[in-house]
Design a protein around this ligand. Structure first.
Ligand code: GLU
Length: 485
């Protein structure tokens, strides 16, 4: 019988969900769905100082917004569901303690009484001698008497895991292949803190084992933890899972993706008007590709095609231009009713939800091709609903041009009773107006546009006039003329 695939995303709730974490979530989710397995969410809140319930909420909201569901894990900031719970590490401390006691009893872990000052000094010396800053193992070899004396003196202690001192630990990584770590270069990691709680590296091993996780896919900053984690599995008599370490995500300038490259939080992308589907598709390609370099995927395609073997070792570059392009593609594929629903929060925020004026569906259809972000929408359609705000450059260049005022007044007169007030008929009438006055198209088309929208760019002209309707067009032509004095 083959074991069922079980993957997990195990965030530390010390901030928002960033792009890297979102990609890790997505890959674990895709892999589980592809193999009809299970995807687990586990909150690694062992850092009492930096973990917050607000971060848990932000992370859960982000994953929900991305449209990724989990089979087991938190329901909200303090409850969870699933047969291997609890899924909050701080609710599992008794379990970790039991395993800790076993390791100590079997001589595979030991109490370390070194003080912060001693450890700082060790680090300083290592730096001075240009050695990697490692714990020198001095508490490994304490005699029973020394240990008893320390205990009697009530000295604080942490617990360290005994790494083998020779040989190598091979991480057989599903993305990177075999990576060998010399054991003597690894240090005896602290697995239990002086503040009496587990560290990440320990809790993570216990949980991944007890939760039956078969594949651990995570960011490459954890590759260096993996040899110690593997040795802990072995010390506990357990089979390690398959590990896969994802490549780093870079900004366009080749530096590690960070705030200075723009938004890094998933919810910021939501607020900028990206679609969850865009994010799923884009993040999937951030370090993974199909042999034919397919770019646009349905969810079903992502699930059937995603594969750890297609993940790259080399860093991936986060490219906002491509992300926007992709969002534009998906917005164009979105039906108008759905587009309205998606745009609603953005329109509400801009005071453009429900004001009197042209039919929203028609207005959105006019510009549908141009939307790249949902947040573009208010700016591109606001003049249909709000008084015209003139772009000063457009006003000076187009409306203050010689003859423009006469054109506006002449048109207002020509269109006063013109019917039908429709695209083609308006085009014909306005072209006739151009010819009658011996003008060039631009001398008429540009002033109309600026007069009714305040800008030089916008929807196709005659259809836009039809959608605005006679009253709005005439009022705006006259108003613009009046402004010209
Ligand atoms: N809590 C760790 C983090 O947020 C998870 C590492 C892991 O996936 O093992 O980085």
């Amino acid at each position: 019988m083959t074991t069922k695939v079980r993957t997990r995303f195990a965030p530390s709730p010390t901030g928002y969900l960033h792009i890297g974490g979102a990609r890790t979530t997505l890959y674990n989710w895709l892999f589980a769905r592809r193999h009809q397995g299970e995807f687990v969410l586990r909150i690694e809140d062992t850092d009492e100082v930096r973990s917050t319930p607000e971060s848990v909420t932000a992370i859960l909201d982000s994953i929900k917004w991305l449209g990724l569901d989990w089979d087991e894990g938190p329901v909200d900031e303090n409850s969870d569901k699933g047969p291997f719970g609890p899924y909050y590490q701080m609710k599992r401390v008794a379990t970790y303690r039991a395993h800790l006691d076993r390791l100590i009893a079997e001589g595979k872990a030991y109490r370390c009484y070194c003080t912060k000052e001693q450890l700082d000094e060790m680090r300083r010396l290592a730096q001075l001698e240009k050695r990697p800053p490692r714990y020198d193992g001095r508490c490994r070899a304490l005699t029973g008497a020394q240990r008893a004396a320390n205990e009697a003196a009530g000295m604080k202690f942490s617990v360290r895991f005994k790494m083998p001192t020779d040989g190598a630990t091979i991480v057989d990584d599903a993305i990177r292949g075999k990576v060998s770590f010399e054991n003597k270069l690894q240090q005896d990691l602290v697995i239990w803190k002086t503040t009496d709680g587990p560290t990440y590296n320990f809790a993570c091993v216990i949980d991944d084992h007890l939760m039956g996780i078969t594949h651990v896919t995570r960011g490459d900053e954890h590759l260096s933890n993996t040899p110690s984690q593997i040795q802990m599995y072995l010390a506990l008599g357990w089979q390690p899972p398959v590990f896969a370490h994802l490549s780093m995500i870079m900004g366009p300038d080749g530096g590690k993706l960070s705030k200075r490259h723009g938004a890094t939080s998933v919810l910021e992308y939501r607020d900028q008007g990206y679609l969850p589907h865009t994010m799923r598709n884009y993040l999937a390609l951030l370090g993974w590709a199909t042999p034919d370099s397919q770019q646009l995927f349905t969810d079903a395609e992502l699930i059937t095609k995603f594969d750890l073997a297609g993940c790259q070792k080399s860093p991936a570059t986060f490219d906002t231009v491509k992300l926007q392009w992709m969002n534009g593609e998906y917005l164009r594929q979105t039906g108008i009713e759905e587009l309205i629903a998606l745009a609603k929060p953005f329109l509400e925020k801009a005071g453009l939800w429900g004001p009197p004026g042209p039919d929203l569906k028609t207005v959105l259809s006019l510009e549908h091709e141009k939307f790249k972000l949902l947040s573009d929408i208010p700016r591109l359609i606001e003049f249909f609903y709000k008084p015209v705000e003139f772009d000063p450059k457009a006003f000076d260049k187009v409306l203050k041009a010689p003859g423009a005022k006469e054109v506006l007044l002449g048109l207002a007169d020509a269109l006063k009773d013109f019917a039908p007030f429709e695209d083609k008929a308006l085009e014909e009438r306005i072209r006739r107006f151009v010819a009658d006055r011996g003008l060039k198209n631009g001398q008429v088309f540009h002033p109309i546009r600026v007069a009714v929208t305040g800008r030089t760019e916008g929807p196709t002209l005659f259809l836009m006039l039809e959608v605005m309707g006679r009253d709005m067009v005439l009022a705006r032509l006259k108003d613009a003329a009046a402004r010209l004095g």
